[in-house]
Write a protein that binds this ligand. Sequence first.
Ligand code: C2E
Ligand code: MG
Ligand code: MG
Length: 318
Amino acid sequence: MFTAASIGISLRDGVSSPEELLRNADTAMYQAKARGRDRHAVFDQAMRDRVVALLQLETDLRRALSRAPIQLPEFQLRYQPIVALETRRIIGFEALVRWQHPDRGWIDPAEFIPLAEDTGLIVPLGQWILQEACEQLRSWQAQFSHCLPLSMSVNLSTKQFTQTNLMEQVHQILQQTQIRGLTIDLKLEITESAIMENPDKARALLQQLKELGVKLLIDDFGTGYSSLSYLHRFPFDMVKIDQSFVSGMDSRNDQSEIVRAIVSLAHTLDMKVIAEGVETVAQLTQLQALGAEYGQGYLFAQPLSAEAVEAMLGSIAP
Ligand code: C2E
Ligand code: MG
Ligand code: MG
């Protein structure tokens, strides 16, 4: 058996009670754990401020999500177009959530999704996102029939993926929004880490989702642990190459080689490729040469409001 200790240290200076001294030591200990465990951390006021700020954000998130139904303007979805690299035709969108905090303004998902996961609030939030994105797609399919086929990609967090009633949620939403009858429409984006938590369970769940007619995408590919050896064991339809590889393509040869390897692996396994974070024409040209099918990034469009998407689709000639 191997043991290790994370130690939090607090000093008596300026501390007014034994409880405060212990509380500070406790805060410092969590910092030590967060920094990688088996180490020590000395308390300082900035740590306390961070904890308080996080707690405040958590309280605000709870408040925002306790309103039923969840509604505008606190949470909104942005939609980033995904295009075919060869023709630049829009083939669909990725839904990306934003939170408009009453005091702090727009907050990025990188900040509140982990908090929503830790507190379990991701369940109602995730359900709303899925529902909202599907309804939006259905309405665009009806309104812009000359742009079909269009699909919608929705991100699933680790908790959402491992939570028990995901299947029912997806099934119910697909029925409600009646998008099953049309061409394949819903894509779910799942990260490697979500799968690696419990690979056997994940495989079974992915299989069931696939049977519902949903397409499965592996998100941020190349940044997790599973990578090459695991990819063929799961029924993914597409691989999203993480933007950290794409962004280095025009300046660093090794990054291009990684992208080449991922594209060729994906194709060998009969999966299509979406390149994330395409920002320059040079990257686009390289990706086309490597045979990547799809891309998304600021070169084509930022994540857009629903109104901006409608203006964009409306301007495409039938
Ligand atoms: P992701 O799924 O990999 O989403 C792509 C992120 O890259 C988005 O950030 C998008 O705005 C950004 N991006 C797009 N094009 C470019 C580009 O050309 N250059 C650069 N530098 N960035 C680009 P965003 O919206 O801040 O989302 C961050 C992450 O938060 C997402 O990464 C996803 O993991 C998570 N997330 C976003 N929306 C949701 C959601 O509705 N549910 C869940 N569970 N997670 C979400
Ligand atoms: Mg994604
Ligand atoms: Mg990604």
